[in-house]
Design a protein around this ligand. Structure first.
Ligand SMILES: Cc1ncc(C[n+]2csc(CCOP(=O)(O)OP(=O)(O)O)c2C)c(N)n1
Ligand SMILES: [Mg+2]
Length: 535
């Protein structure tokens, strides 16, 4: 294979390999053949998926568990439009990936000739759902754009990057050879003055509340110290779930979706928000989280410091480094504040749990059965289903990076392909997918990929025979349920047709046992959990 000609396509793939990409998810087509010459020549691992959206979801799951970007190769036109949803999901959840697309021949671009896979402006379509979207007109362009993309993976808030190359350029020969780009690491260092302003607010606070998001995922130790020394409560977003152990007295968990937690935020006299957008997708009541206190924000994304939650003190920096700096100047006599007065987080959590309705209690039994079946370090990938909305809060997580949800964009079909990507990245990590009966059907064809790769993957389908959340929303809004019940396939038969193992465990105990067996089996296991068996 090394006798292959150095086409631009081969060169691009060799550049990816030289810069740490080892896995490509994709579907080849006649427009990007030259990228596949590159794959053959470099030995990069290519995973064939069954829809380009799932190449994106798989790259997303790969990055969420490993912290490393994977690539997705798509063809011009429909390949690109198919992956846009997954790119948007990754962008909104700050996940890196590299999307490489072909375009039709350069001379045809934006001319409306009606060539195969034509889009009026392919780059513009991608630009709205990635961090940087670039178009190469030469091999040098491709190199420069990729250098920029790899730089973006080392700095600041993570985003997908997009590069497109016309198919005629992909086939041209080049004298360029792969190189390893210089490392461009580092993060902004907050000044002592701004750290001291934050210290002054926190030192005077009587009701301090910490809200930590995905950007704080590496700062669990610092958060624990801070919460303890300030007698503060800590809430996390879903992306920050597990930052403190479930039982820590400060840890209210990912409870922002509940009124009781929102009221504590509203009553706090100082809110310290770290690595979070304070996004509506984390609290789901109205568009804005109510606050009456002063707001300190720590964020690697400078634009967040002055957005609609404008900070009284804005710290531009990495969460761990900024918290280290804050902890250094904070040392003073510890004193009791509101947590000593109102009681540990468990008191508030019990109040939240008491208010679960019958539907939530049913979901809670499913979640407990899953929790009992997988170890603490398992990676659970979830879909847009009522079981996961409750699980965002109620699934016990003692470590960050163990519960994954398509929070930011909220797209159906995420769980299965993302779990596949996670297992490709970390084959020895226990991974599980949890999807609703409807969401599963968005991407169920990836069972073929999981069978092909012989991935030990339990796939739990929460089958309430409905678009359950939407049905309930219609009922709550006084709308006659419409379009919320469809004909479902026989999920067990469907899974078996793909060559997967499948069962329909009856109730929590059977589900726990079935997941445990599935973890020991080569190949995926579909477990249909019928809601009525969990009531
Ligand atoms: C791509 C996409 N289309 C539509 C929706 C709107 N939506 C959110 S939840 C849901 C119902 C999903 O049903 P199911 O997967 O069975 O989960 P359940 O609510 O029943 O637990 C729908 C249609 C969405 N989030 N994403
Ligand atoms: Mg359903």
């Amino acid at each position: 294979m090394n006798g292959e000609p150095w086409t631009v396509g081969r060169y691009i793939v060799a550049l990816l390999a030289a810069n740490g990409i080892d896995t490509v998810f994709g579907i080849p087509g006649v427009h990007n053949l030259e990228l596949y010459r590159g794959i053959a020549a470099t030995g990069l691992r290519h995973i064939l998926v069954r829809h380009e959206q799932n190449a994106g979801f798989a790259a997303d799951g790969f990055a969420r568990v490993s912290g490393r970007p994977a690539a997705a190769f798509v063809i011009s036109g429909p390949g690109l439009t198919n992956i846009l949803t997954a790119a948007a999901q990754a962008k909104t959840d700050s996940v890196p990936m590299l999307i490489v697309a072909s375009t039709p021949v350069e001379s045809s671009l934006a001319k409306g000739w009606g060539v195969l896979h034509e889009l009026d402006d392919q780059r513009a379509m991608a630009a709205g759902v990635v961090g940087t979207a670039r178009s190469a007109r030469s091999a040098q362009d491709a190199r420069d754009h990729l250098r920029e993309a790899f730089g973006s993976f080392q700095l600041g808030r993570q985003r997908p990057a997009y590069l497109e190359i016309p198919l005629d350029l992909l086939a041209q020969s080049t004298t360029l050879r792969p190189e390893r780009f210089a490392h461009v690491g580092g993060s902004p260092q907050p000044t002592l003055a701004v750290i001291e302003q934050a210290r002054d607010l926190l030192a005077a606070a009587q009701r301090p509340m910490i809200v930590a998001g995905g950007g704080a995922r590496a700062a669990g130790a610092q958060l624990r110290k801070l919460a303890e020394s300030l007698d503060a409560y800590l809430l996390t977003t879903v992306a920050g779930k597990g930052l403190l152990p479930q039982s820590h007295p400060a840890n209210l968990g990912a409870a922002l979706q509940f009124r009781a937690a929102q009221e504590l935020v509203a009553q706090a006299d100082v809110v310290l928000a770290i690595g979070t957008e304070l996004s509506e997708t984390d609290f789901y009541y109205g568009a804005r989280l109510e606050m009456s206190g002063r707001l300190i924000r720590i964020d690697i994304d400078a634009t967040k410091l002055a957005d609609h939650y404008a900070a009284d003190v804005g710290i531009w920096g990495d969460a761990s480094a900024s918290l280290d700096a804050l902890l250094q100047v904070l040392a003073g006599p510890e004193r009791a504040r509101w947590r000593s007065e109102l009681g540990p987080a468990a008191v508030h959590r019990a109040r939240i749990d008491e208010q679960f309705n019958a539907g939530a209690r049913t979901c809670a039994r499913l979640l407990a059965a899953v929790r009992a079946a997988v170890p603490a370090d398992a990676a659970v990938f979830t879909d847009m289903t009522q079981a996961a909305y409750l699980g965002n809060y109620a699934f016990a997580a003692d470590a960050p990076g163990t519960w994954f949800h398509p929070s930011g964009y909220g797209t159906l079909g995420y769980a299965l392909p993302a779990a596949i990507g996670a297992l490709v990245a970390e084959p020895s990590r226990p991974v599980l997918a949890l999807a609703g009966d409807y969401g599963f059907q968005f991407t169920s064809q990836e069972l073929a990929t999981a069978v092909e790769l012989q991935l030990s993957l339990p796939v739990v389908i929460w089958n309430n025979s409905a678009l359950g959340q939407i049905r309930d929303d219609m009922l709550a809004a006084g709308i006659a349920p419409t379009g919320v019940v469809g004909h479902n396939p026989d999920f067990v038969a469907l899974a078996r047709a793909y060559g997967a193992h499948a069962e329909r465990p009856h109730g929590p105990a059977e589900l726990t046992a079935a997941i445990q067996s599935a973890r020991l089996r080569r190949g995926p296991t579909v477990l249909e959990a019928v809601e009525t068996a969990f009531r």
